[in-house]
Design a protein around this ligand. Structure first.
Ligand code: NDP
Length: 240
C-alpha cells in the first residue's frame, strides 16, 4: 500500500485527510509544525505516524521526508495541505505577515514536492494533491497575502501536472470554501455569520467533505485526472 505524506495532517482538514487515507489502506505520515499536544492526541487516537518540521524550510523538509521514507518506504502520495493565515488590509500589512503566509502556503510547495518528485517519476507512479482555497480563485479583501499564495498554488499545480503526466504522476488542486476548523473558528463571529450568509448551501463545509475529494484524487481511479482545480465551496463561488 502507498505511503502518503499529509502536511498539516494532525489538525483540521489535514487530520480528516490523514484519517481517510489511512482508512483506505495507505500508510500515512502526518506532519505538523508546533502544536505537539494536538499531534500527540491525534497519534494516540488514530495510530497514524506523526513528524514535526517546518514545511516552508526546504532543508528541514528534505530531511523530514528522508526520515519518513526510511521509516515507512517511498512516498506514493503527497498532500500539500499545511497552511496559515495572517490577515490584515494590505495598506497596513507588514512584510512579516506577507512573508509568513507566502512561505508556509507557497514555498512549502517547492520544499515538500521537490524531494519526492524524482522518485515518483522514476517509479512511474505518484499522486500529488495541493490544497488551495476559494480565496486563491476569487481574491479576498484582508487576505492579499493568502489570496496571492493560494493563487500561486493553482499555477504550481497546472505547470507541474504538465511536466509529469507522462511519468504516471498526477498533480491536482482543491479549492475549499469555508470549512469548520480552528482556522475558521479564529474569525470574529460577525465575519463568520456574514460568510455563512454568502454560502448558498447555508452552512460551512466539513473537513471530511474535503478529505473525500483528496481520497479520490489519490486513488488509482483518478489516473486520467491531472492539472485539475476542484472547487468545493457550497456554491459560494462558481468558478468554472
Ligand atoms: P488548521 O489551522 O486547522 O491546521 C493547520 C495544520 O497545518 C496544522 O496541522 C499545523 O501544524 C500545520 N502547519 C501550519 N504551518 C505549518 C508549517 N510551517 N509547517 C508544517 N506544518 C504547518 O488549518 P485548516 O485545516 O483549516 O486548513 C488546512 C488547509 O486548507 C490550509 O492550506 C488552508 O489554507 C486550507 N483552507 C482552509 C479553509 C478553511 O475554511 N478552514 C478554506 C480553504 C482552504 P500545528 O498543528 O503544529 O500548528
Amino acid at each position: 500500500m502507498a505511503v502518503a505524506i499529509v502536511t498539516g495532517g494532525t489538525r483540521g482538514i489535514g487530520a480528516a485527510i490523514s484519517r481517510m487515507l489511512a482508512a483506505g489502506g495507505s500508510t500515512v505520515a502526518a506532519t505538523y509544525h508546533g502544536n505537539d499536544e494536538a499531534a500527540e492526541a491525534f497519534k494516540a487516537e488514530t495510530g497514524v505516524a506523526i513528524y514535526k518540521w517546518d514545511v516552508a524550510d526546504p532543508e528541514a523538509s528534505a530531511e523530514g521526508i528522508a526520515r519518513v521514507e526510511a521509516d515507512l518506504g517511498p512516498t506514493g502520495i503527497l498532500v500539500n495541505n499545511a497552511g496559515i493565515t495572517r490577515d490584515g488590509m494590505f495598506h497596513k500589512m507588514t512584510f512579516d505577515q506577507w512573508s509568513a503566509v507566502l512561505r508556509t502556503n507557497l514555498d512549502s510547495m517547492f520544499a515538500m514536492t521537490r524531494p519526492v518528485i524524482g522518485g515518483m517519476r522514476d517509479r512511474g507512479a505518484g499522486r500529488i494533491v495541493n490544497i488551495s482555497s476559494i480565496n486563491g480563485q476569487k481574491g479576498q479583501m484582508g487576505q492579499v497575502n493568502y489570496s496571492a499564495a493560494k493563487a500561486g498554488v493553482i499555477g504550481f499545480t497546472k505547470a507541474l501536472a504538465q511536466e509529469n503526466a507522462r511519468k504516471g504522476v498526477t498533480v491536482n488542486c482543491i479549492c475549499p470554501g469555508y470549512v469548520a476548523t480552528e482556522m475558521v473558528a479564529a474569525m470574529p463571529e460577525k465575519v463568520l455569520d456574514s460568510i455563512v450568509g454568502q454560502i448558498p448551501v447555508g452552512r460551512l463545509g466539513e473537513a471530511d467533505e474535503i478529505a473525500a475529494l483528496v481520497a479520490y484524487l489519490a486513488s488509482d481511479a483518478a489516473a486520467f485526472m491531472t492539472g485539475s482545480v476542484l472547487t468545493i465551496n457550497g456554491g459560494q463561488y462558481i468558478a468554472n
